[in-house]
Design a binder for this molecule. Sequence first.
Ligand code: 4FV
Length: 294
Amino acid sequence: MWFAAEGRPKGRPTTKVEPVTIDVVTIFPRLVEEALAEGVVARARESGKLDIRARDLREFTDDKHRSVDDVPFGGGPGMVMKPEPIARAIEAVEAERGQASAVILMTPQGRRFTQAEADRLSRMDRLIVICGRYEGVDERLTEMKVTDEYSIGDYVLTGGELPALVLIDAVARLVPGVVGDAESVAVESFSGGLLDHPQYTRPAVWRGREVPPVLLSGHHAEIDRWRSEQRRMRTLERRPDLLTADEAGASEWSEPSGANSSADQERSASVTTQARRGAGVPADKSKEKSDEGD
Ligand code: 4FV
C-alpha cells in the first residue's frame, strides 16, 4: 500500500506502510541469511521496511533423503532440480504472505538483470526468488510458476544464491526509506542511462595527484556541467552500447569553456569516432584523419 504525502512531486511515493517481502527459496538458507545480515539491507530489515526470509527447499520434500534433485531425462551430465519441492515452497509462501507480485528464477537463460528491472521490482510488494543449483530447474516448474527469469551475466555460477543476492541488494536500495538519502539513489550510475562521473574526496592532493580544480571551485553550475560531461565521455569510452545512436552521434557536444584541457578535447574527438563505430553510427569521414595522413 503506497502513501504519497500531499504536495510531494509525482513519481516515487516516499513511504510504504507494509514492508516489501522477499522470500528466497534455496538449499543453502544460511548462505543467504549471512549475506543479508550486514549493512543497509540488514538495517532496513530491522526497521521493518524489508521482510526478507530464506526458505530451506528441503523442508518442502517428502522423501527420507529430502532430495531436491534427480537425473536428467534424456541422459547427460549433472542433476536437475525437481519441480514438486519448489512448487510446494512457492505455494507455502503465498499461503502465508498472499499471492506473489513476481516469482523470479535466477538463471543464465534469463534476460539480463538491469537497473531498470531493479526499479520495476522495487515497486512491488511481494517477491519470491528461486535459486537454481546443479544443471538447473525442471522446465515445467518454470512454465507453471515463474513470472521472470533473470541472468546477472553471461558466465556460469555454481548456484543462483549469489545472483539472488545481487538482485535483492539492487532492489532493496530502491525501496523508499532504505537508503537514507534518496538523492543519492536518484542520481547515480545508469539512472539516466549513463555511467557515473569520477568521485574524489580529501585530501585535495594525494601522493602528488590533484583533484580536478573545477570541483574545488564552488561553481555548482560548472561542477554539474563538468560531471555531466564526464558521465557522457566515460559512457562513450567504456559503454557506447548504453548510448542510443543519436546520443553517440550527438556526442560532439561543444567543448565546455576551460573545464577541459586540450587533452580532453583530443580524447573526446577520438572517443567520438570510436563510439560512433561502437554505436553503429557510420564514421563521419570529414572528421576522421585517414591513415594515409593526407
Ligand atoms: C546464473 C547467472 C547462474 C547456473 C547453473 C546456477 C547457475 C546453476 N544465474 N545469472 N549467470 N546460475 O550462473 O543468474 O543452477
